[in-house]
Design a protein around this ligand. Structure first.
Ligand SMILES: [Zn+2]
Ligand SMILES: [Zn+2]
Ligand SMILES: [Zn+2]
Length: 107
């Protein structure tokens, strides 16, 4: 669940990441800030796994922990581009929703 933050902090983070989106995934507070309308009314999307959405403007985005390495994946971060095959986001470790190659059996 997103961390509760106050409006001033939301404003500051919005300004910072609106122009420079790289690093959003590493900022835990950005789970609570909508990058579209600056609202901090962001919550888990009930009908979609791994997604959060803004209750103010309705914008939804991926934000979840990578099942492989545990790092945060955020769909708004340019370092987490969308995967053409599964539609999920690609973690900085290279994992997405596609079946991962088994390292044991890989030659
Ligand atoms: Zn919004
Ligand atoms: Zn990962
Ligand atoms: Zn994929």
């Amino acid at each position: 669940m997103p961390l509760p933050i106050d409006r001033a902090e939301g404003k500051r983070l919005f300004k910072k990441y609106r122009s420079q989106r790289n690093g959003i995934r590493n900022c835990p507070e950005m789970a609570s800030v909508c990058l579209i309308c600056e609202s901090i009314d962001v919550t888990a999307k009930p009908d979609a796994d791994g997604m959060l959405y803004c209750r103010n403007c309705g914008f939804a985005f991926y934000r979840y922990s990578c099942p492989i390495c545990g790092k945060t994946v955020d769909g708004r971060d340019p370092e987490n581009p969308g995967c053409n095959s599964c539609g999920l986001r690609i973690c900085s470790c290279g994992a997405c929703g596609c079946p991962q190659p088994d390292k044991e059996t890989q030659v």
